[in-house]
Design a protein around this ligand. Structure first.
Ligand code: CP3
Length: 343
């Protein structure tokens, strides 16, 4: 049997039309998601109940036949939740947790309990894979250590990641320890997702922005490299997508030095000159502005054409440059996918 289109493209095939999926394709813009969410006690509970998480993963697949992949319904903050950081999602406020700032506080977390408390996620992966048609890929994911650390150091909201960036300079040993603990937890989490049936793994580094090059190397590149090496050492061959959001032209360093298979671009990185400098033939993904998806209209088709030009002969996966937001009209999503698939 041939692999799903997304896997073939991440392994180097050039496809026209390209495979398509959307970051945050499951979520609050879907009425069926909001209805299901009301049946759970809280967001973390929702993610850790395989029956609900399986259903949430499959909802966008039922609605949009043009999607080539499902992404596991979970959250990047499940690792700090499982480590006992007190993660909760407060309506209107976003994620909140107990801040960590010292080696003692980092060592006091229950890192050894993470794998067991996240076992329900593997069960979700097994159920989704069993329910998905063979031509649709299943994507597993985790947050990158730096992005997860910014939430843990900031206690949730941390405008401009000020607390995390300050601590990275002030107490490098504490931040490096936190990143090391997160690397270890993330490697086993991703390996268990792959063993349960995830065929692609994406690493979300949503806060890779605003870092000077030496700090970018220390907190983004090295920990990501350690994850890729750890996952490969465990025998997992699945393509790995890296998403270093907001890091501008440092995406080139990231692409060369982390070992990821493919690079997910944000809006400003979806630029011909930046893409040309990436390692030869490395597949790229994404770049479409979610605000244009909110706006809708004829400009969507022009931007899809532009992105195909930016990819310039490389394997390309259609996606957004950041996630779908709750205010996006469902009709615009269907229209956008039709545009992508019609050419
Ligand atoms: O559809 C998918 O993409 C799969 C599921 C997914 C979620 N979060 C579900 C979710 C994925 C891949 C994520 C990743 C994630 N989570 C990131 C990286 C991507 C990005 O957007 O940059 C980050 C930074 C988080 C942390 C997080 N989780 C935040 C900031 C929030 C928003 C809090 C709020 O109330 O607005 C969440 C919650 C969250 N994760 C929701 C969903 C569907 C909404 C929660 C709800 O239903 O109340």
């Amino acid at each position: 049997m041939t692999d799903p289109l997304l896997i073939r493209v991440l392994n180097g095939e050039i496809a026209s039309p390209p495979p398509a999926w959307l970051m945050r394709q499951a979520g609050r813009y879907l009425p069926e998601y909001r209805a299901l969410r009301e049946t759970s006690k809280g967001f973390v509970d929702y993610c850790l109940t395989p029956e609900l998480a399986t259903e949430a993963t499959l909802q966008p697949m039922r609605r949009f036949a043009d999607l080539d992949a499902a992404i596991l319904f979970a959250d990047i903050l499940l690792i700090p939740f499982a480590a006992g950081a007190g993660v909760r999602f407060v309506a209107g406020e976003g994620p909140v947790m107990n801040p960590v700032a010292s080696i003692a506080e980092i060592e006091a977390l229950t890192w050894n309990a993470v794998a067991e408390s996240l076992a329900p996620v593997s069960e979700t992966v097994r159920r989704v894979r069993a329910a998905l048609p063979a031509d649709k890929a299943l994507i597993g994911f985790a947050g990158a250590p730096w992005t997860v650390a910014t939430y843990m150091i900031g206690g949730g909201k941390d405008p401009n990641r000020w607390a995390a960036r300050t601590l990275a300079w002030k107490d490098p040993a504490a931040v490096d320890l936190l990143l090391t603990r997160l690397v270890d937890a993330t490697v086993s989490y991703l390996v268990s997702q792959a063993e349960a049936g995830a065929q692609v793994l994406q690493i979300f580094d949503s806060w890779a922005e605003q870092l000077p090059a030496p700090l970018f190397d220390r907190v983004v590149v090295r920990p990501t490299r350690a994850i890729v090496d750890g996952v490969r050492a465990a025998g997992v061959a699945a393509p790995i997508l890296g998403f270093p959001r907001g890091c501008g032209h440092l995406a080139d360093v990231y692409a060369r030095e982390t070992g990821v298979t493919a690079l997910a671009l944000d809006m400003s990185q979806a630029d011909a000159e930046l893409v040309r400098r990436l390692p030869a033939a490395m597949p790229v993904q994404g770049g479409f502005d979610p605000a244009l998806l909110a706006a809708g209209g004829a400009a969507m088709a022009d931007e899809v054409s532009r992105l195909l030009t930016v990819a310039d002969g490389r394997p390309y996966v259609f996606n957004l440059g950041h996630g779908v937001s709750p205010d996006i009209p469902i009709d615009h999503v269907a229209e956008l996918l039709a545009i992508v698939k019609d050419r």
